[in-house]
Design a protein around this ligand. Sequence first.
Ligand SMILES: Cc1cc2nc3c(=O)[nH]c(=O)nc-3n(C[C@H](O)[C@H](O)[C@H](O)COP(=O)(O)OP(=O)(O)OC[C@H]3O[C@@H](n4cnc5c(N)ncnc54)[C@H](O)[C@@H]3O)c2cc1C
Length: 446
Amino acid sequence: MSPLHVIVIGAGTGGMCLAHGLRRAGISVAVYERDRTRADGVHGYRVGIDPTGNQALRECLPPELFDTYTATCARTPAHFNVLTERRRTIASFRLPESTDPVHSERSVSRMTLRQVLLTGMDDVVRFGKTFTHYEHGADGTVTAFFDDGTSATGDLLVAADGTGSRVRRQYLPHAKVRDTGVIAVSAKVAVTPETRALLPEEVFNGISATFAPKGQFCIWHVVEFKWDRDGEVKHGVGGNDAELIARWPGLLYDNTRDYINWGFSASARRFPPGVMDLRGEDLKRVVLDMTPNWHPDLRALFRAADPGSCFPIAIRTSEPVDPWETTNVTLLGDAVHTMTPGRGVGANTALRDAMLLTRRLITVRDGAPLLDAVAAYEEEMIPYGFARVADSLAQNGTNGDDLLHRPVVGRAVLAANRTFFRAVGRVPALRRRFVDALVAYRAADA
Ligand SMILES: Cc1cc2nc3c(=O)[nH]c(=O)nc-3n(C[C@H](O)[C@H](O)[C@H](O)COP(=O)(O)OP(=O)(O)OC[C@H]3O[C@@H](n4cnc5c(N)ncnc54)[C@H](O)[C@@H]3O)c2cc1C
């Protein structure tokens, strides 16, 4: 082990990818996480990992764990569909099939990804540690303090503690994270013969986006695992995948039921007051009350949602932060560049940060000065991180100021949007270009 010791706050997607990368490189690392297990919020939901995220995971994870990650991904969507609220298909795009572990889109349940990332890291992750603040030592070290009265000292402190980052609040108090004025409600519906029959085949086998009047939007994903509720590998999953799944301890968690995931969103102004405090049946009722003209089968899926899985999310974004003077505190992922789910790249960008920071810290292991390495990381991360923040805000009405949310203009924008997708769906050259752009490196620079 090199003398460099890195303290990471937060065992989320980015923090754990970094921890794996550093450990693989022989750099001492410890991760401090407040929660042992989380099933609330988005933790039980799908996350789409793109080639940038796959590349980061391949570079940072031990090879067998990377194989377990690819083996435990859910079925990959075969289509991208654009629907009306009456469930009419405006356009349906066949997505290219790819089994390449890196150059492909992966669909993974967050809980599964978290379990994969925690696999074999018992000696690195300390649970029940809620970070409160840090102090710089006179000897150039940095000490993190936790709410149980303990502390940890290292050479570098990395904030991987997500959108509400306490490290960021202390380190960059001027950095702004704000609500976009859009609220989403998300829930899961168990896949049964009855619920499956409510979606056309290409919607069930794909990712679908419903654009509706009043700036309403709904995303539909179906997560089908390769194992059943008893943790048995399903028929048809063979070879290495079956073997890796059978050996992997993560299957013991509640992650074994295939589900349809819907995420309905609209301007916060359209929701009743106090919606952020509602859960379960009350929240489902809000969505049903807001969608009286939606197709009965889509409403049946709103109604069929497991009430325990239904929760509201105030969509948040961040403002670009001017470069700051580098010290031995740095940040990655949502802790520095929170973005809306508009492009589905927040986790991918956190993984990209983790890969980049690992590479830079390897130079420190090999003799480079720590602050030069951190400065090089920040110089690269800040521009692409905030570029993704901007791209994400511009997508799918996740910005409350978007014209889609305006009373009259919104209808015209919706009509234009539908005309655009109809045209793209019908002209083969445009279809190809659209699909190429959709599956291009989403989290990478264009
Ligand atoms: C509805 C929705 C859908 C999304 N879909 C996608 C998608 O398809 N693809 C994609 O790439 N991104 C998606 N994202 C974004 C993605 O979820 C985040 O960008 C990603 O999880 C950020 O990872 P992170 O490691 O920075 O933070 P997190 O994964 O949030 O991890 C932060 C960790 O820090 C811990 N923590 C927080 N505070 C403390 C403290 N004080 N002390 C100790 N520990 C602490 C937390 O418990 C947590 O484990 C979506 C987001 C939303 C809201």
